[in-house]
Design a protein around this ligand. Structure first.
Ligand code: FAD
Length: 350
Protein backbone atom coordinates (compact mmCIF):
# COMPACT_ATOMS: atom_id res chain seq x y z
CA UNK A 1 0.00 0.00 0.00
CA UNK A 2 1.24 3.49 -0.84
CA UNK A 3 1.77 5.69 2.26
CA UNK A 4 1.76 9.46 2.10
CA UNK A 5 0.89 12.60 4.05
CA UNK A 6 -1.41 14.12 1.43
CA UNK A 7 -3.14 12.18 -1.30
CA UNK A 8 -3.93 14.63 -4.09
CA UNK A 9 -6.72 13.51 -6.38
CA UNK A 10 -6.17 15.34 -9.67
CA UNK A 11 -2.94 16.30 -11.42
CA UNK A 12 -4.23 19.59 -12.81
CA UNK A 13 -2.40 22.84 -12.02
CA UNK A 14 -3.98 22.99 -8.54
CA UNK A 15 -2.94 19.44 -7.63
CA UNK A 16 0.58 19.94 -8.99
CA UNK A 17 1.17 23.20 -7.13
CA UNK A 18 -0.08 21.57 -3.91
CA UNK A 19 3.03 19.37 -4.01
CA UNK A 20 5.22 22.47 -3.92
CA UNK A 21 3.44 24.15 -1.01
CA UNK A 22 3.30 20.85 0.89
CA UNK A 23 6.98 20.29 0.17
CA UNK A 24 7.91 23.59 1.82
CA UNK A 25 6.23 22.23 4.96
CA UNK A 26 8.01 18.88 4.56
CA UNK A 27 4.77 17.07 3.80
CA UNK A 28 4.92 14.20 1.28
CA UNK A 29 2.40 13.98 -1.54
CA UNK A 30 1.09 11.30 -3.84
CA UNK A 31 -0.95 12.28 -6.90
CA UNK A 32 -3.66 10.14 -8.46
CA UNK A 33 -5.21 11.05 -11.81
CA UNK A 34 -7.58 9.28 -14.15
CA UNK A 35 -5.73 10.65 -17.17
CA UNK A 36 -2.47 9.11 -18.36
CA UNK A 37 -0.61 12.44 -18.19
CA UNK A 38 -0.43 15.32 -15.67
CA UNK A 39 -1.86 18.78 -16.39
CA UNK A 40 -5.63 18.39 -16.09
CA UNK A 41 -7.62 20.63 -18.43
CA UNK A 42 -4.44 22.41 -19.59
CA UNK A 43 -2.90 19.24 -20.97
CA UNK A 44 -6.11 17.59 -22.12
CA UNK A 45 -8.11 20.51 -23.55
CA UNK A 46 -5.82 23.39 -24.52
CA UNK A 47 -2.07 22.63 -24.34
CA UNK A 48 -1.21 25.00 -27.21
CA UNK A 49 -3.34 27.96 -26.03
CA UNK A 50 -1.63 30.93 -24.39
CA UNK A 51 -2.74 31.90 -20.87
CA UNK A 52 -2.42 35.59 -19.93
CA UNK A 53 -3.41 35.71 -16.26
CA UNK A 54 -0.71 33.75 -14.49
CA UNK A 55 1.15 36.25 -12.28
CA UNK A 56 4.64 36.89 -13.56
CA UNK A 57 3.97 35.36 -16.97
CA UNK A 58 2.68 37.94 -19.48
CA UNK A 59 1.90 34.95 -21.68
CA UNK A 60 2.48 31.22 -21.22
CA UNK A 61 1.30 28.22 -23.22
CA UNK A 62 -0.87 25.93 -21.11
CA UNK A 63 1.41 22.98 -21.92
CA UNK A 64 4.48 24.97 -20.88
CA UNK A 65 2.86 25.95 -17.58
CA UNK A 66 2.32 22.26 -16.85
CA UNK A 67 5.96 21.50 -17.73
CA UNK A 68 7.10 24.31 -15.44
CA UNK A 69 4.94 23.08 -12.57
CA UNK A 70 6.35 19.57 -13.02
CA UNK A 71 9.87 21.03 -12.94
CA UNK A 72 9.06 23.07 -9.83
CA UNK A 73 7.75 20.06 -7.86
CA UNK A 74 10.37 17.55 -9.00
CA UNK A 75 12.55 18.40 -6.00
CA UNK A 76 9.86 17.13 -3.61
CA UNK A 77 9.64 13.75 -5.36
CA UNK A 78 5.89 13.26 -5.37
CA UNK A 79 4.51 9.82 -6.18
CA UNK A 80 2.29 9.52 -9.24
CA UNK A 81 -0.42 7.01 -10.07
CA UNK A 82 -1.73 8.00 -13.49
CA UNK A 83 -4.50 6.47 -15.56
CA UNK A 84 -6.46 5.41 -12.46
CA UNK A 85 -9.60 6.97 -11.00
CA UNK A 86 -10.23 7.43 -7.28
CA UNK A 87 -13.16 5.15 -6.55
CA UNK A 88 -13.71 4.61 -2.82
CA UNK A 89 -12.56 6.18 0.44
CA UNK A 90 -12.42 4.55 3.88
CA UNK A 91 -11.89 6.63 6.97
CA UNK A 92 -9.70 4.83 9.49
CA UNK A 93 -10.17 4.93 13.29
CA UNK A 94 -7.21 7.28 13.65
CA UNK A 95 -8.77 9.80 11.23
CA UNK A 96 -6.54 8.90 8.27
CA UNK A 97 -7.91 7.63 4.94
CA UNK A 98 -7.44 4.78 2.51
CA UNK A 99 -8.43 5.65 -1.05
CA UNK A 100 -8.76 2.83 -3.58
CA UNK A 101 -8.59 3.37 -7.34
CA UNK A 102 -10.64 1.65 -10.03
CA UNK A 103 -7.58 -0.53 -10.71
CA UNK A 104 -7.31 -1.59 -7.05
CA UNK A 105 -4.35 0.63 -6.04
CA UNK A 106 -4.61 1.53 -2.34
CA UNK A 107 -3.22 4.78 -0.96
CA UNK A 108 -3.09 5.49 2.77
CA UNK A 109 -2.93 9.20 3.58
CA UNK A 110 -3.24 11.47 6.58
CA UNK A 111 -5.30 13.93 4.51
CA UNK A 112 -6.95 13.92 1.12
CA UNK A 113 -6.94 16.92 -1.21
CA UNK A 114 -9.54 16.60 -3.93
CA UNK A 115 -8.27 18.72 -6.82
CA UNK A 116 -10.53 17.00 -9.32
CA UNK A 117 -11.43 20.03 -11.44
CA UNK A 118 -14.56 19.40 -13.45
CA UNK A 119 -14.32 15.72 -12.51
CA UNK A 120 -12.49 12.82 -13.98
CA UNK A 121 -12.41 12.86 -17.75
CA UNK A 122 -14.33 9.86 -19.02
CA UNK A 123 -14.11 8.73 -22.64
CA UNK A 124 -17.18 9.20 -24.81
CA UNK A 125 -18.07 5.67 -25.80
CA UNK A 126 -19.62 4.63 -29.11
CA UNK A 127 -22.96 2.83 -28.98
CA UNK A 128 -21.87 -0.64 -30.08
CA UNK A 129 -23.31 -3.87 -28.75
CA UNK A 130 -21.00 -5.88 -26.45
CA UNK A 131 -18.62 -2.92 -26.09
CA UNK A 132 -18.23 -3.55 -22.34
CA UNK A 133 -17.27 -7.17 -22.93
CA UNK A 134 -14.28 -6.18 -25.07
CA UNK A 135 -13.00 -3.36 -22.82
CA UNK A 136 -9.41 -4.27 -21.86
CA UNK A 137 -9.75 -7.16 -24.36
CA UNK A 138 -9.06 -5.14 -27.47
CA UNK A 139 -10.98 -1.91 -26.85
CA UNK A 140 -8.76 0.91 -25.51
CA UNK A 141 -9.91 4.47 -24.84
CA UNK A 142 -6.47 5.84 -23.89
CA UNK A 143 -3.04 5.07 -25.29
CA UNK A 144 -0.86 4.78 -22.21
CA UNK A 145 1.95 2.76 -23.77
CA UNK A 146 2.17 2.84 -27.58
CA UNK A 147 4.49 -0.22 -27.45
CA UNK A 148 1.44 -2.30 -26.59
CA UNK A 149 0.42 -1.93 -30.25
CA UNK A 150 3.75 -2.92 -31.78
CA UNK A 151 3.20 -5.26 -34.74
CA UNK A 152 -0.54 -5.38 -34.01
CA UNK A 153 -3.49 -4.50 -36.24
CA UNK A 154 -5.16 -1.34 -34.95
CA UNK A 155 -8.38 0.45 -35.91
CA UNK A 156 -8.74 4.03 -34.68
CA UNK A 157 -12.19 5.66 -34.81
CA UNK A 158 -12.71 9.43 -34.62
CA UNK A 159 -12.22 12.66 -36.53
CA UNK A 160 -10.40 15.01 -34.14
CA UNK A 161 -6.79 15.72 -33.29
CA UNK A 162 -6.35 12.66 -31.06
CA UNK A 163 -7.54 10.26 -33.76
CA UNK A 164 -5.31 11.89 -36.39
CA UNK A 165 -2.23 12.24 -34.17
CA UNK A 166 -2.37 8.68 -32.86
CA UNK A 167 -2.96 7.28 -36.37
CA UNK A 168 0.20 9.07 -37.52
CA UNK A 169 2.19 7.95 -34.47
CA UNK A 170 1.06 4.33 -34.55
CA UNK A 171 1.69 4.01 -38.29
CA UNK A 172 5.36 3.51 -37.35
CA UNK A 173 4.64 0.96 -34.64
CA UNK A 174 1.58 -1.11 -35.52
CA UNK A 175 1.60 -3.62 -38.37
CA UNK A 176 -1.59 -2.06 -39.76
CA UNK A 177 -3.45 1.18 -38.94
CA UNK A 178 -7.00 1.84 -40.13
CA UNK A 179 -8.60 5.22 -39.45
CA UNK A 180 -12.39 5.23 -39.53
CA UNK A 181 -14.42 8.44 -39.46
CA UNK A 182 -18.11 8.99 -40.09
CA UNK A 183 -17.47 12.05 -42.27
CA UNK A 184 -15.06 12.74 -45.10
CA UNK A 185 -13.82 15.93 -43.39
CA UNK A 186 -11.72 15.85 -40.22
CA UNK A 187 -11.94 18.35 -37.34
CA UNK A 188 -8.24 18.22 -36.48
CA UNK A 189 -5.31 20.48 -37.39
CA UNK A 190 -4.78 20.90 -41.14
CA UNK A 191 -1.16 19.69 -41.08
CA UNK A 192 -2.26 16.47 -39.31
CA UNK A 193 -4.96 15.89 -41.92
CA UNK A 194 -2.36 16.38 -44.66
CA UNK A 195 0.06 14.01 -42.96
CA UNK A 196 -2.63 11.31 -42.72
CA UNK A 197 -3.37 11.72 -46.45
CA UNK A 198 0.35 11.43 -47.18
CA UNK A 199 0.62 8.24 -45.09
CA UNK A 200 -2.47 6.89 -46.82
CA UNK A 201 -0.80 7.45 -50.20
CA UNK A 202 2.30 5.64 -48.92
CA UNK A 203 0.10 2.72 -47.84
CA UNK A 204 0.91 3.20 -44.16
CA UNK A 205 -2.62 4.17 -43.07
CA UNK A 206 -5.87 2.75 -44.41
CA UNK A 207 -8.47 5.54 -44.41
CA UNK A 208 -12.13 4.53 -44.35
CA UNK A 209 -14.63 7.42 -44.63
CA UNK A 210 -17.51 8.04 -44.28
CA UNK A 211 -17.95 4.93 -42.16
CA UNK A 212 -18.87 3.76 -38.67
CA UNK A 213 -17.92 0.80 -36.53
CA UNK A 214 -21.20 -1.02 -35.84
CA UNK A 215 -20.14 -4.43 -34.54
CA UNK A 216 -17.38 -6.29 -32.69
CA UNK A 217 -16.19 -9.84 -33.14
CA UNK A 218 -13.93 -12.26 -31.27
CA UNK A 219 -14.13 -14.98 -28.61
CA UNK A 220 -11.98 -14.00 -25.63
CA UNK A 221 -10.31 -11.02 -27.33
CA UNK A 222 -11.35 -8.67 -30.12
CA UNK A 223 -10.45 -10.13 -33.51
CA UNK A 224 -12.50 -8.02 -35.90
CA UNK A 225 -14.88 -5.11 -36.33
CA UNK A 226 -17.91 -4.67 -38.54
CA UNK A 227 -17.90 -1.46 -40.56
CA UNK A 228 -20.92 0.23 -42.07
CA UNK A 229 -20.11 2.32 -45.12
CA UNK A 230 -23.12 3.89 -46.86
CA UNK A 231 -25.32 1.01 -45.71
CA UNK A 232 -22.94 -1.73 -46.87
CA UNK A 233 -21.33 -3.78 -44.11
CA UNK A 234 -17.98 -5.53 -44.10
CA UNK A 235 -15.61 -6.99 -41.54
CA UNK A 236 -12.03 -5.91 -40.92
CA UNK A 237 -9.65 -8.07 -38.90
CA UNK A 238 -8.04 -6.22 -36.03
CA UNK A 239 -6.39 -6.76 -32.65
CA UNK A 240 -7.46 -3.40 -31.23
CA UNK A 241 -10.19 -0.79 -31.66
CA UNK A 242 -9.33 2.63 -30.22
CA UNK A 243 -12.41 4.89 -30.20
CA UNK A 244 -11.21 8.48 -29.74
CA UNK A 245 -14.43 10.50 -29.53
CA UNK A 246 -13.33 12.97 -26.86
CA UNK A 247 -13.68 13.06 -23.09
CA UNK A 248 -16.44 14.31 -20.81
CA UNK A 249 -15.74 15.32 -17.22
CA UNK A 250 -17.79 13.65 -14.46
CA UNK A 251 -17.54 14.11 -10.69
CA UNK A 252 -18.10 10.34 -10.67
CA UNK A 253 -17.56 8.21 -7.59
CA UNK A 254 -16.41 11.17 -5.45
CA UNK A 255 -20.04 12.33 -5.47
CA UNK A 256 -20.85 9.30 -3.29
CA UNK A 257 -18.25 9.95 -0.58
CA UNK A 258 -20.68 11.72 1.78
CA UNK A 259 -19.39 15.17 0.87
CA UNK A 260 -21.74 18.15 0.66
CA UNK A 261 -22.30 18.80 -3.03
CA UNK A 262 -23.82 21.91 -4.58
CA UNK A 263 -24.13 22.54 -8.31
CA UNK A 264 -21.95 19.52 -9.07
CA UNK A 265 -19.11 20.96 -6.93
CA UNK A 266 -17.89 20.21 -3.39
CA UNK A 267 -18.81 22.72 -0.68
CA UNK A 268 -15.86 23.92 1.39
CA UNK A 269 -15.13 26.30 4.24
CA UNK A 270 -13.38 29.19 2.51
CA UNK A 271 -13.07 31.22 5.72
CA UNK A 272 -10.15 29.00 6.78
CA UNK A 273 -8.72 26.12 4.82
CA UNK A 274 -11.00 24.73 2.09
CA UNK A 275 -11.92 21.73 4.20
CA UNK A 276 -15.09 19.83 3.29
CA UNK A 277 -17.74 18.65 5.75
CA UNK A 278 -15.48 15.62 6.47
CA UNK A 279 -12.43 16.65 8.55
CA UNK A 280 -9.22 15.74 6.74
CA UNK A 281 -10.79 15.88 3.27
CA UNK A 282 -10.18 19.15 1.43
CA UNK A 283 -11.41 20.30 -1.99
CA UNK A 284 -9.37 22.84 -3.95
CA UNK A 285 -9.41 24.34 -7.45
CA UNK A 286 -12.28 24.08 -9.90
CA UNK A 287 -13.89 21.22 -7.98
CA UNK A 288 -15.01 23.30 -4.98
CA UNK A 289 -17.72 25.86 -4.38
CA UNK A 290 -18.03 28.72 -1.88
CA UNK A 291 -19.45 32.24 -2.03
CA UNK A 292 -17.60 34.22 -4.68
CA UNK A 293 -15.77 31.20 -6.15
CA UNK A 294 -13.85 31.84 -9.38
CA UNK A 295 -12.71 28.91 -11.51
CA UNK A 296 -9.26 30.25 -12.30
CA UNK A 297 -5.83 28.68 -12.05
CA UNK A 298 -4.46 31.32 -9.69
CA UNK A 299 -7.41 30.80 -7.30
CA UNK A 300 -6.54 27.08 -7.19
CA UNK A 301 -2.93 27.98 -6.29
CA UNK A 302 -4.10 30.17 -3.40
CA UNK A 303 -6.49 27.52 -2.09
CA UNK A 304 -3.75 24.87 -2.27
CA UNK A 305 -1.44 27.06 -0.21
CA UNK A 306 -3.90 27.61 2.64
CA UNK A 307 -4.94 23.98 2.58
CA UNK A 308 -1.36 22.80 3.10
CA UNK A 309 -1.07 24.97 6.21
CA UNK A 310 -4.17 23.27 7.58
CA UNK A 311 -2.79 19.79 6.90
CA UNK A 312 0.44 20.83 8.64
CA UNK A 313 -1.57 21.79 11.74
CA UNK A 314 -3.56 18.56 11.52
CA UNK A 315 -0.34 16.53 11.50
CA UNK A 316 1.46 18.72 14.05
CA UNK A 317 -1.26 19.80 16.48
CA UNK A 318 -0.38 22.80 18.63
CA UNK A 319 2.98 23.36 16.94
CA UNK A 320 3.77 26.99 16.14
CA UNK A 321 4.11 27.56 12.45
CA UNK A 322 6.91 29.75 11.15
CA UNK A 323 5.93 31.47 7.92
CA UNK A 324 8.95 31.16 5.67
CA UNK A 325 9.68 33.29 2.65
CA UNK A 326 11.38 31.15 0.02
CA UNK A 327 13.64 34.11 -0.69
CA UNK A 328 15.00 33.77 2.84
CA UNK A 329 14.85 30.05 3.47
CA UNK A 330 15.19 28.59 0.01
CA UNK A 331 13.13 25.50 -0.42
CA UNK A 332 14.84 23.42 2.26
CA UNK A 333 13.46 25.49 5.14
CA UNK A 334 15.15 26.62 8.29
CA UNK A 335 16.52 23.37 9.58
CA UNK A 336 19.85 24.15 11.22
CA UNK A 337 19.86 27.82 10.24
CA UNK A 338 18.55 29.58 13.32
CA UNK A 339 19.67 33.02 12.14
CA UNK A 340 17.46 32.76 9.09
CA UNK A 341 14.56 31.63 11.25
CA UNK A 342 14.84 34.74 13.37
CA UNK A 343 14.34 36.86 10.28
CA UNK A 344 11.09 35.12 9.54
CA UNK A 345 7.66 36.18 10.53
CA UNK A 346 6.35 34.00 13.34
CA UNK A 347 2.72 33.21 13.05
CA UNK A 348 0.48 31.12 15.15
CA UNK A 349 -2.24 29.35 13.27
CA UNK A 350 -5.36 28.52 15.21
P1 FAD B 1 -8.30 20.40 -13.68
O1 FAD B 1 -7.35 21.12 -14.53
O2 FAD B 1 -9.67 20.15 -14.21
O3 FAD B 1 -7.66 19.00 -13.29
C1 FAD B 1 -8.41 18.07 -12.56
C2 FAD B 1 -7.82 16.70 -12.73
O4 FAD B 1 -8.46 15.82 -11.80
C3 FAD B 1 -8.08 16.08 -14.12
O5 FAD B 1 -6.84 15.73 -14.68
C4 FAD B 1 -8.97 14.86 -13.84
O6 FAD B 1 -8.67 13.76 -14.68
C5 FAD B 1 -8.62 14.55 -12.38
N1 FAD B 1 -9.69 13.84 -11.67
C6 FAD B 1 -10.95 14.27 -11.41
N2 FAD B 1 -11.62 13.35 -10.70
C7 FAD B 1 -10.77 12.31 -10.50
C8 FAD B 1 -10.90 11.05 -9.85
N3 FAD B 1 -12.03 10.64 -9.27
N4 FAD B 1 -9.81 10.25 -9.85
C9 FAD B 1 -8.65 10.62 -10.45
N5 FAD B 1 -8.48 11.80 -11.09
C10 FAD B 1 -9.53 12.63 -11.11
N6 FAD B 1 -8.03 29.49 -16.31
C11 FAD B 1 -7.25 30.60 -16.11
O7 FAD B 1 -6.92 30.93 -14.96
N7 FAD B 1 -6.81 31.33 -17.18
C12 FAD B 1 -7.12 31.01 -18.46
O8 FAD B 1 -6.72 31.70 -19.40
C13 FAD B 1 -7.91 29.84 -18.70
N8 FAD B 1 -8.21 29.45 -19.96
C14 FAD B 1 -8.96 28.33 -20.15
C15 FAD B 1 -9.24 27.90 -21.45
C16 FAD B 1 -9.99 26.77 -21.68
C17 FAD B 1 -10.27 26.33 -23.10
C18 FAD B 1 -10.49 26.03 -20.57
C19 FAD B 1 -11.30 24.77 -20.80
C20 FAD B 1 -10.22 26.43 -19.28
C21 FAD B 1 -9.46 27.58 -19.03
N9 FAD B 1 -9.15 28.01 -17.75
C22 FAD B 1 -8.36 29.11 -17.56
C23 FAD B 1 -9.66 27.29 -16.56
C24 FAD B 1 -8.55 26.41 -15.97
O9 FAD B 1 -8.13 25.48 -16.95
C25 FAD B 1 -9.07 25.70 -14.71
O10 FAD B 1 -9.40 26.68 -13.76
C26 FAD B 1 -7.98 24.79 -14.17
O11 FAD B 1 -7.65 23.77 -15.08
C27 FAD B 1 -8.45 24.16 -12.87
O12 FAD B 1 -7.40 23.38 -12.41
P2 FAD B 1 -7.66 22.15 -11.42
O13 FAD B 1 -6.31 21.59 -11.12
O14 FAD B 1 -8.51 22.60 -10.30
O15 FAD B 1 -8.53 21.10 -12.26
Amino acid sequence: MIQTDILIIGAGPTGLFTVFEAGLLKLKCHILDALPQPGGQLAELYPKKPIFDIPGFPEVLAGDLVDNLMEQIKQFQPGFTLGERAETIDKQEDGTFIVTSDKGTEIHANSVAIAGGLGSFEPRKPLIENLNFYEDKGIEYFIRDPEKFRDKKVVIAGGGDSALDWSIFLSNIASEVTLVHRRNEFRGALDSVEKVQELKNLGKIRLVTPAEVVGLQGDEHLSGIVLDQNGAQRTIETDYLIPLFGLTPKLGPIANWGLEIEKNAIKVDNSLDYQTNIPGIYAIGDVNIYPGKLKLILCGFHEATLMCQSVYQRMNPGKKYVLKYTTVSGIDGFDGTRKEAEKAVVQSIV
